[in-house]
Design a protein around this ligand. Structure first.
Ligand SMILES: Nc1ncnc2c1ncn2[C@@H]1O[C@H](COP(=O)(O)OP(=O)(O)OP(=O)(O)O)[C@@H](O)[C@H]1O
Ligand SMILES: [Mg+2]
Length: 455
């Protein structure tokens, strides 16, 4: 019904005016008609208001219905004892049950057997503030488990009385599947990475072996050649001595001496032996160089002079390299430290060797070595005057197998091993480029309580 003006009952009873009635009866009638008119108008107003309220209610319900059915999370409304009063479309979809079919059922009936004990406790959990993100599994449309992250909270009426509970569950199956996939992809990636590292290590080992074989080949063939010559010389000398012992005449002896080139042999003998020894030393040097890759980690901590170790490392590299750069040394005479001299020696050999490598082709080769103690820390710095480390390689030089050197010359393990050893010693190894050029490596080591300077 609309709000259009309705004809008054007085108008409808207009004919009455033409009827001749006594004055009192007429006024009584008019009063009755007016009252009826008022009641009728009120009725019409109520009807209009009611219709408006109905429309608003309908709209509100429609709004709630649309929200509930748009929810992807599961919604279950129960009374205080856990009987279902309302569910949303998400629950219908997941369980395959129509809302009407589950009304007034116990809520735990919706869950998988293993989740029921917890679901039965929902009502009593309300007293302690409900449940947050507990994991339960709904019984899916095909009997499968549908995992949910469930929140359970209390529902009150307008006077604050407990009416029941509201359960909201977020399906986590998709999330879990995605997580599992991510996890297995991650594991796969880790495996691939390990394979890569392994094959990289093998390749590097191959390069190392090829380099070592090449390095060893020279002095060994040198020693081998010399040994052959010595053998020949030995045979000549033996023949000559045998002739002397046999009392050969001086002229014949002179002839034999010339024939056997005894004088040349005697002249050659010393350099030949020196060369052979040099070759053997080179082999021994190479073997020692190899040993720096297999540092003995069992070495016990002991007091040692770090300055002596620095000097030893320097001379070791210079001897192997057969060249000595200009040296700027800023070192105390001695500096006693407690720790592992073998490791420190190896780190320094690696640093000095790298410095020598980058300056190999430079006319002027210069190296600055400094050692200081401050508080509990010993700082040793090795600075060269080479080209420095390219900016893009600064954070790569400590990576295993990073090397800018040709195959056979560098394995890229020197700084990696050194970094690991410095860390094992409780210290650190850092690399920067000096503002005035060249690379600056700094090794910091703890005093380990045993550090003291000797007078
Ligand atoms: N003083 C330096 N100046 C410039 N670059 C350097 C210096 N020291 C190291 N690098 C760079 O860091 C790389 C890695 O050095 P690292 O000592 O780990 O390996 P390598 O010297 O190449 O091989 P090796 O295993 O024989 O030591 C070098 O190849 C070089 O590119
Ligand atoms: Mg190196």
């Amino acid at each position: 019904m609309s709000g259009e003006t309705t004809p008054s009952l007085i108008d409808k009873a207009g004919v009455a005016g033409q009827v001749s009635l006594s004055a009192s009866t007429e006024s009584a009638w008019i009063e009755v008609i007016q009252k009826m008119d008022e009641v009728y108008a009120d009725l019409v107003r109520y009807q209009i208001a009611l219709e408006a309220k109905n429309a608003a209610l309908e709209e509100a319900q429609q709004f709630i219905r649309s929200v509930l059915s748009a929810m992807t999370d599961v919604l279950i409304v129960c009374d205080k004892r856990g009987r279902i009063e309302q569910v949303n479309a998400a629950l219908e979809r997941l369980t395959g049950h129509a809302a009407e079919a589950v009304m007034q059922q116990r809520v735990e009936a919706l869950f998988m057997p293993e989740s029921r004990p917890l679901a039965e406790k929902f009502p009593e959990k309300l007293a302690t503030g409900g449940l947050v993100d507990c994991e339960v599994s709904l019984c899916g449309a095909n009997g499968e488990a549908v995992p949910l992250a469930m929140n359970c909270s209390a529902r009150y009426d307008h006077e604050g009385r407990l009416m029941g509970m509201v359960l909201i569950g977020r399906p986590v199956g998709e999330l879990r599947r995605a997580y599992d996939e991510l996890n297995s992809a991650h594991q796969q990636l880790q495996k691939t990475q390990q394979h890569l590292i392994h094959s990289e290590k093998m390749a590097s080992l191959g390069r190392l072996v090829a380099g070592v074989a090449h390095e060893l080949n020279n002095p060994i063939s040198f020693v081998y050649g010399n040994a052959h010559a010595l053998k020949r010389y030995g045979e000549g000398i033996t023949r000559y001595i045998t002739a002397i012992d046999a009392g050969t005449a001086p002229d014949a002896l002179r002839e034999l001496r010339a024939e056997l080139k005894i004088d040349r042999i005697l002249r050659d003998l010393t350099p030949l032996i020196a060369g052979t020894m040099e070759g053997a030393e080179r082999v021994s040097d190479i073997v020692q160089e190899l040993r720096r890759y297999s540092a003995s980690r069992q070495e016990a901590a002991r007091a040692y002079d770090v300055v002596e170790v620095i000097h030893k490392a320097l001379s070791w590299v210079f001897k192997v390299e057969r060249r000595t750069p200009q040296l700027d040394l800023d070192l105390p005479d001695t500096l006693m430290v407690e720790g592992h001299p073998g490791h420190v020696h190896q780190i320094l050999v690696n640093l000095v060797q790298n410095a020598m490598d980058v300056m190999e082709d430079l006319g002027e080769q210069r190296l600055s070595i400094a050692c200081h103690v401050e508080a509990d820390v010993v700082t040793i710095s090795v600075r060269d005057y080479g080209p420095g480390i390219p900016a893009e390689a600064l954070n790569q030089v400590f990576d295993p197998f990073y090397s800018s050197k040709p195959v056979g010359k560098g394995t890229g393990l020197g700084l990696y091993v050194s970094y690991g050893m410095a860390t094992d010693l409780g210290g650190e190894l850092t690399a920067i480029n000096h503002p005035d050029g060249g690379a600056l490596f700094t090794l910091r080591l703890p005093r380990e309580g045993g550090l003291h300077e000797r007078a």
